[in-house]
Write a protein that binds this ligand. Sequence first.
Ligand SMILES: Cc1ncc(COP(=O)(O)O)c(C=O)c1O
Length: 476
Amino acid sequence: MAVVERREVDRARVKAIVAREEAAYRARTPRSAELHERARRSMPLGVASSFQTYEPYPLFIREGRGSRMWDVDGNEYLDFDMALGVLAAGHSHPAFVEAVQARAALGTAFTFPSEEQALVAEELKRRFRADLIRFSNSGTEATMDAIRVARGYTGREKIVKFEGGYHGHHDDVLISIQPPRASMGDASTPNSVPASAGIPRSRIADTVIAPFNQPEIVEQILDRHRGEIAAIIVEAVQFNIGVVPPEPGFLERLRELATAHDIVLIFDEVKTGVVIAYGGAVEYYGVQPDLFCLAKSIGGGTPIGAFGGSEAVMRVIEGGAKAPLIESGLAHSSFGGAARVAHMGTMNGSPLVMAAALAVLTKVLTPDVYPRLQAMGDRLTAGSQEIIDQFGLPAYAINVGPKGIVMFAPQRVTGYRDFIGLDDELWASSFWYLANRGILLPPATDDQWTISVQHTEAEVDRYLAVFRAWAAEVAG
Ligand SMILES: Cc1ncc(COP(=O)(O)O)c(C=O)c1O
């Protein structure tokens, strides 16, 4: 591979681009500013989820169709964010619209199950080589439920989670998401650093943090906590610190270690599942976890979660759990007794969401679309890399399937501690530059593009043309 000379960027020029582009954003999105002001009077930060806002204020979106979105000022965008990876099927795919409309007319909530649940469960079993599936309403619920199942199955309480990994917003996993340098501790014994106020010390103590892509250190941690760990939860590709794939052999080693220590290995496939491959990371990397968690793209844009895995582990929802439960919580029949792991939810497997999932999984994200999704991801990465090399920028492009990113770091990032060095200002200059020219990426350094089945090669090339113009201006 040719050695490309990387140049220092001119900081004053980058700052000037950020300032100019932010001003342009304000000028063309007055209605978003107005709506945000209004929303702040009734919601903290003016949004329903703290991920939905950024400085100076978020775009308010009116409409999405296919690969496009329109904001409330009528500006059109080519959407490469795709709702933080929810929309591998694209916005409002016709098959999705038809299924949701039909179901909405026939009732959307019952105390009783509907046929769609079993059909979606069967489809997910096939894709992930699983025995049993359960549904929930979000990725957070899926990881929360999977961890409880693992605790019930093993009778142990602690979990291992990787530094830099995001698995939703419940207390067990909202730890060491992006810990500050000063509090993260030594690399071989990372501290458990809460990412929110309000997390009890008892929860923090039960989440043991390990460094991603460092199997020797994981092994030492498991030896230190022998007999205490119920689950290792891992996202096969760390997609919440950009794109950080597993080094060859890392997932295989986790599998071996989990088996050796009788620990439940959980893959968090909320972003990877049915996106990087038909069977997600399980298929892409060929490693079988005991449990996996799904959400986002399986529902095509409806609030969904799911988890599943091996018969032995999942059956603890029927009985046979080892963990002691508190007697007073068991009076209601659906809890079923101390030997079962409780899993419930009023809207779990709702007919509306199941109809959407069934349409998306069986009519849109079919096996034949994955080679094209991979090719489009490769095209955007190769094109971005060529531009980065041409202008000698301190960055690199990387993708796994249709999810990728330009990482604003001169060296490959293999774990959270390299990610901290990312050049936020250079990222901001490219984000605003592209957004103002109709190319919308996730509004944060740590999230990546997602290409949907409704994107075209011409749209990928349009992105690249704007990115080239940005690079030329930055390089001067
Ligand atoms: C890998 C991963 N796991 C879990 C979650 C939580 O999913 P949700 O936001 O649906 O609760 C996310 C959300 O971004 C995620 O990226």
